[in-house]
Each structure stands twice: as C-alpha cells, then as structure tokens.
Design a protein around this ligand. Sequence first.
Ligand code: GTP
Ligand code: MG
Length: 298
Amino acid sequence: MYLSGAGLVRWRLTALPVFAGVFLLILNSGVASGFCQDAAVAVASEEKPVPTAAFQSCFGPSLGQEVLRSISPGQQIVKIFHDELTALLGGDAQPLVLSAPARIMLVGLHGAGKTTSAAKLALLLKKQGKAPLLFALDLHRPAAIDQLATLAKQVGVPIFRPVPGETDLLPVGRAGLKWTESQTGNVQIFDTAGRLEIDDVLVAELKQLRDFLQPQEVLLVCDAATGQQAVTVATHFHQALGLTGLILTKLDGDARGGAALSLREVTQQPIKFAGVGEKIDDMEPFNPDGYVEALFAS
Ligand SMILES: Nc1nc2c(ncn2[C@@H]2O[C@H](COP(=O)(O)OP(=O)(O)OP(=O)(O)O)[C@@H](O)[C@H]2O)c(=O)[nH]1
Ligand SMILES: [Mg+2]
C-alpha cells in the first residue's frame, strides 16, 4: 500500500473542499473505512463550505447514473469517489513507449530519486526480458556517477561513464551513443543532474540533451513528499521539455498521495511508475486503480 488517507485529505482540502460533504455522507452511512473516518474528521475540523458547482462538475456525471439497488447509498458514494479518482489519475496503467532506439531520459530536482529510479527501472525492464543500458549523465555531482555505477553493478546492467572532469553535456551524450555501438542493449536509460530548485541553466542544458537524444520518454522524477512544490516543478519541466510521464518516488513515506492527482492534472501526463522504498526492487508500474483501492483500504 502506498497511500494514506491523510495524504489525500490534505490535497483535497486545498484543492477541492467539495469532498467534505461526500466524506461525511460516507461516514454516516456506516461503510466508512479508516480512510473515510480520517477524512471526515479532518474535513469537519476545517469547516469549509461545499461549493455546489464544483460538486456538480466532479460528481455530476456519476450522480446522473441510475443508483444500483443492490448496494447502499454509502457504498454507492464510495464507488463514485473511487471511479472519479481513478479517472482523474488517467484510468489504466500506462506502459512505456519503447520503439527502437528506445531512450528514456530521467529529469527532476536534487534528491527526487532520479539515480535510484534509473537503476530500479533498469531492473524492472531486465525482468521483462529487455536489455537496458545505463548512462551516468549527471556532470554536476561527481559522486552521482559512482552512485549509478554501484547500482548498475547491483542490477547487472552495463553503464556508460563520462570521462572524469567532463562538464559539457552534449559531447558526453554523443560519446554515450557511440558507446552503445559496442553494446547489445536495447533500452537506454539516461540519468541527469538535479538542482535544489528550478534553474533555467539546468533546464536549457536538459533541453539540448533531449533535442540531441530524441528520447521517446522524458520522465519527471518527483518526490511525493514535496507536495505543492512538485506541482510547480512539474509545470515548469513540462513546459520546457515536454514530459511524457512521471515517476512518483517515496510513496512509502509519510506525506503520501496528494501529489499524484495534482501532477496528473497540471501535466496531463500519466504517472508511469511508483517508487515504494529504498531497495533496488522497490519500484512498480503505477496503477491508478490499485492506488485508489489502497486509499480506501487504508
Ligand atoms: N524511501 C524511499 N527512498 C527513496 C525512493 N527513491 C529514492 N529514494 C532515496 O532518496 C535519496 C535520493 O535519491 P537519488 O536517486 O540519489 O536522487 P537524485 O534525484 O538522483 O538526486 P541528485 O542526484 O542529487 O539530483 C536516496 O537516499 C534514495 O535511496 C523511494 O521510492 N522511497
Ligand atoms: Mg542523482
């Protein structure tokens, strides 16, 4: 399980207080899970009004459906809530687009989990019968190259390492592609540098690299704990780089959940993977339905 009710509640309270009424209805209906109780208590303490227009836009289509007679009104509301959230998150799990030469570029802020996710992704792809290659293209933090090399060894995947002291990203990218000629891999995963906050120089550099590599996938790695900051970051990276998806990391931590909905909303791109721990196999394809299911079970 990678989502707590409290995390979603925090998001909903700021984004759409309309759920207040719904939570309270669920609670009163006697089918409330721990999550709903958390939510109802939190909502009750907020004393926020329930805007009718927002309620209609969110639940209108569902409420127009004929009410199923076999389940109680409370269960019906839980189902509507479940279906709406799943739809908000994009419905089905979205696979990677990997046509040859398959290239995946990972971008994001410092500490978001790019390097770790690069190796986790390599392992996942390897388990699917692919032959991934890793590229250490963080030239800003020398330790990042060693970090990826250690992880690459752990997952048994070849790694391209830049010449020490190299600072110019494009020639390194070019050397990386040259290196692939001696390799048999069929999916290339590029780790890149992060920054403490959005930085125009970094983004311009990444843009150049993206133009050169022409990756099918540009995935923003986002720390789930960063909340609203993640939304600003995602907006900026999406405008600059044209993201094709996201990896939401640290969903095993305390501040979980809310960011997923906001990130999806501002980028209109799917969350493709979820980081659920520090171990190398702690990453899974992001499944909106399972995510919402976990929410109701918490
Ligand atoms: N609990 C948990 N920790 C994670 C997860 N993903 C990454 N981490 C940890 O987060 C820390 C930062 O991860 P990195 O992969 O180094 O992050 P980065 O984005 O490459 O950071 P920079 O190279 O500084 O830009 C490490 O200690 C990871 O083990 C996750 O899904 N869950
Ligand atoms: Mg890194």
